[in-house]
Write a protein that binds this ligand. Structure first.
Ligand SMILES: [Zn+2]
Length: 347
């Protein structure tokens, strides 16, 4: 997630105001309570902590050098992702002609990203069976802040966790498709670059969308979902941000998806317009929201290793990462298969 430029000690004081409003009865393991049709349940079970872990140990390894925008390490992580999609038989949007959407150095320079080399968004795509022109975007940034003074900032949570979650959700949808139950609407798995320097990859995508934004139903953005923050230590929770800003339906759908899956505590405290963290503006979903596309941003909070070289794979709670990934999948499944697309009815 993009840094807010206020001193770190004041961040610690400012974020201590979150209040949770959610059921207090979340049992430790409710996986046996997961409800839904057979196709959903089969696909849902494809999302596994071990697979998330396996991919994250590659994406957030030292070999990727902290994945700074346009760096060789980031490109290497990108190659791993592309090979993963190929191995699953998941292609790219036809109109794009490859998995890569180039984000030019000049574009980033005009927005204050001086000295960044050309970089790439990575797009994988599953075409819908009934309404292929309507698109659900599931996004996460795969860049991080690189190597500084010889120390690799691995960004396991930020946003390695979102990156592997998007990959895992794609696998689940593809498995449903292979079983003849692919999504009715199309799903775009959008791995954006340049986030840490200023949300450049998502801005470039929404300035140059592969599918028209008018036909883009929603963006579910995942940026940091593998840890917990001091206010929620040990809880089964996730922050959901922005889900009722543009559509009265999205929050309702996400809550229903949560109820039929892991029943996490959904924390909306960052939806407060007066919250000093301004998280609604600080990750890639914002570029969709400003174009009137409904969004939900899934986030674990600001923890002690945020933007530190200690944001490492050993500190991820893989079971919690699995549950949060399953929630995003369940919400996307509903958005993709419901009879009519959600409406934009708020400004
Ligand atoms: Zn970040």
């Amino acid at each position: 997630m993009k840094r807010l430029f206020i001193p770190i000690f004041s961040i610690v004081m400012l974020v201590s105001c979150g209040t949770a409003k959610a059921p207090a009865d979340a049992a430790t393991d409710q996986s046996s309570n997961v409800k839904g049709d057979k196709a959903f349940l089969t696909a849902y079970k494809e999302i596994k902590a071990d697979d998330l872990k396996k991919n994250l140990y590659v994406i957030a390894s030292d070999e990727m050098g902290g994945r700074d925008t346009g760096s060789p390490g980031q490109k290497k992580a990108g190659e791993y992702m592309v090979n993963y999609y190929k191995s699953l038989g998941i292609s790219y949007p036809k109109a794009l002609g490859s998995y890569y959407q180039k984000v030019p150095a000049d574009y980033m320079k005009q927005r204050g990203g001086s000295n960044l080399p050309d970089s790439e968004n990575i797009l994988a795509f599953i075409e819908g069976s009934e309404k292929p022109e309507e698109i659900i975007v599931i996004s996460g940034h795969y860049d991080h802040v690189g190597t500084q003074k010889g120390v690799v900032y691995n960004g396991a949570d930020d946003d390695g966790s979102g990156t592997v979650a998007v990959m895992e959700i794609a696998k689940a949808f593809q498995s449903a498709k292979k079983a003849g139950k692919g999504p009715k609407r199309s799903i775009l798995f959008l791995h954006v670059t340049g986030e840490e320097h200023g949300l450049f990859g998502s801005e470039y995508y929404t300035d140059n969308p592969v599918f028209t934004l008018a036909n883009t139903v929603a963006d579910l953005n995942i940026d940091m979902i593998g840890r917990d923050d001091p206010q929620n230590r040990g809880k089964q929770y996730v922050y959901v941000i922005g889900s009722e800003m543009l559509s009265s339906q999205l929050k309702v759908i996400n809550e229903a998806a949560n109820k039929k899956t892991n029943n996490l505590e959904l924390n909306y405290s960052y939806d407060d317009p007066n919250d000093p963290q301004r998280l609604y503006y600080r990750s890639d979903h914002y570029n969709f929201a400003k174009n009137n596309v409904p969004v939900a941003f899934f986030f674990d909070g600001i923890h002690e290793d945020y933007h530190k070289p200690t944001d490492d794979v050993e500190k991820i709670d893989y079971k919690l990462l699995e549950k949060r990934t399953q929630l995003v999948f369940a919400t996307a499944w509903e958005l993709a298969n419901m009879p009519t697309r959600i409406v934009v009815d708020k400004k």
